[in-house]
Design a protein around this ligand. Structure first.
Ligand SMILES: [Zn+2]
Length: 273
């Protein structure tokens, strides 16, 4: 074997090793990307329209009556990715009242909610009916959910919304001890059907626009019964946001407030930029 032959052999061996290493690295990277991509939606996704792409970086930087879109019961792989897509495309921040069990099942969706600038709030562990809970159970529902949310976001939730809007004295005592806002309620004065009743996109645009007024907290869902509605119903969200903007509204998020809001069932909370 000549010196040149040997050099060629060494070179092919090196080439082979580099190719092998490359394959190993790529397949590792692939499995990591797979893990990060676990927010693969089981439902529809939303693509920004030309109108969305023409939005200024902060469409809320103007005066106007301020409303909060609030989404309960999530996260769910069927609805949450679409809702986050719409909010990102429309540059709207919202408030998510999340369930502990759904958070534990889909932490990557809660991570996305937090990363995209929305408010992460507590909606109890498994949508319990608080009037039937013991004091210990009420405590567990609230604190365990706070812990799983804080593990993901690094932020301790300050807002709690009772499942079904049903408070209990034991639950209130836990919230007071933790310095959390009393059960955050919502505005619903029109008696129009909500999203969980599957009235369809047209009816939901009407519901959102009718309820909208300065400081209104609008009740919506990204999980629960709403998962069973026809997917076309989701079209209400981009349409309602466009319609409210056309009427001069700006969007805000829910924050604790010492002053109760009669408009939102006495919630000690306000809609803030
Ligand atoms: Zn709920």
């Amino acid at each position: 074997m000549s010196f040149d032959d040997r050099r060629r052999n060494v070179r092919s061996l090196l080439f082979f090793l580099v190719a092998l290493l490359g394959t190993v690295v790529l397949s590792f990277a692939g499995s990591f990307a797979g893990a990060a991509d676990r927010d693969v939606a089981l439902g529809p996704r939303y693509s920004p329209t030309a109108q969305d792409q023409a939005l200024p970086p902060n469409p809320e930087a103007r005066p106007g009556p301020r409303v909060a879109l609030t989404f309960d019961d999530g996260p769910s792989p069927q609805l949450t990715p679409y809702i986050l897509d719409v909010l990102a495309a429309k540059r709207v921040r919202a408030t998510f009242f999340l369930q502990g069990d759904n958070t534990e099942a889909r932490p990557e969706l809660v991570e996305r909610i937090h990363r995209e600038g929305h408010v992460v709030a507590n909606h109890a562990w498994d949508h319990a009916w608080f009037p039937d809970l013991t004091a210990a159970e009420a405590e567990e529902e609230i604190t365990r959910t706070n812990e799983v949310l804080q593990d993901i976001t690094g932020v301790r939730p300050t807002l709690f919304r009772y499942p079904f809007g049903q408070p209990s004295p034991d639950g209130d005592a836990v919230l007071a001890r933790l310095g959390m806002s009393n059960g955050v309620h919502w505005k619903w004065t029109s008696n129009k059907p909500g999203d969980f009743q599957c009235p369809g996109a047209d009816a939901l645009v009407d519901y959102v626009v009718t309820e909208a007024t300065d400081q209104a907290m609008i009740l919506l869902h990204d999980a629960g019964d709403t998962i069973g509605c026809p997917p076309a119903q989701l079209d209400y969200l981009p349409r309602a946001i466009d319609e409210l903007r056309a009427r001069g509204f700006v969007f805000g998020v829910v924050a604790p407030s010492p002053v109760p809001s009669p408009l939102n069932g006495g919630s000690r909370a306000a809609v803030v930029p």
